[in-house]
Design a protein around this ligand. Sequence first.
Ligand SMILES: Nc1ncnc2c1ncn2[C@@H]1O[C@H](COP(=O)(O)OP(=O)(O)O)[C@@H](O)[C@H]1O
Ligand SMILES: [Mg+2]
Length: 320
Amino acid sequence: MRIVFYTGKGGVGKSTMAAAAAWQLSQRYRVLVVSLDPAHNLGDVFGVNLRGRRKRFTDNLHLEEVDLKKLTRAYLKREVTVLSETYHYLQVLNLDSYFSVLQYSPGIEEYALLTSIEKTIREDTRFDYILFDTPPTGLTLRFLALPQVTITWIERLTAIRRQILKKRFTIQKIRGTADTEAKSREIVLNYREDDDDILKRLKALHANYVELNRILQGRDCGIVLVFNPDLLSLRESERLLDGLKELKLPLRLLIQNKVTGENRPTADRTSRILREKASPGIPLQRVGLRTSLPEDATEGLYALPEDLTIHLIPTEGADV
Ligand SMILES: Nc1ncnc2c1ncn2[C@@H]1O[C@H](COP(=O)(O)OP(=O)(O)O)[C@@H](O)[C@H]1O
Ligand SMILES: [Mg+2]
């Protein structure tokens, strides 16, 4: 299974390019397109209403628009449950009463999005390709960075937890077990790593994020950067390239969209700048600005003449 993220500034044509590539790929492969952008327009590109549900466009092509608000609430609910099960004494705090406020916590949307991506990647294995149409650059870079950020945090927290257990062990040695057993109503604090639910959870989370990061940085994953021949889209693309490089995420293709005869000199200049900034050998695909819809009005903008699959389909023994 191949996973592709379509990134770029708002309005450059991410949804259109993801849709066009999906349409072309679906002639030979099973494809799922998921829009993660709260300002969804994937459904519009295909002329279908996707509100909250996955739809089969053709046998080989399935479409979905993720409801970020719903996702965030569901994510939070799950986390609060896990939290109160792991830390029994937190029930005193009654986290439920903070629920409505917690959903606005910084970072929650990113975690919710990442969790949803992870679920799709793990569960929808019957597809050959999953294409993600991403939200604005800032949010996209943040959720793509999240596995690495989280791994760092978990490693710190694990070290702190181990220190706590060590201290408990020392206390236990001084007090002796008889004391604890006598006060049977007292909460018995574990001091062995294998008995500690929190450490177990940290270990599981760590393994999970390491695996997710391995997938995101791996050969079956790719980032496509869509941009237009204009200055603002160039600047935002440069920031995106810097971010991807720092995160060691694999850029596979640059798509310069909305090219015309008139903007061609700017198109040449902007694509040169980006290609110099990207790793050597990253291909560039140009897509012309279409000023009229195809003759056959039943086909939307997803049916583009340019081949958008050529760099996404693996050739024998080669990378994406
Ligand atoms: N090659 C193209 N020719 C003509 N119009 C295009 C082309 N690519 C995108 N558009 C139009 O540009 C607008 C933004 O495209 P969209 O795919 O929604 O961008 P994004 O998802 O990046 O916000 C839409 O109105 C879309 O129809
Ligand atoms: Mg879009």
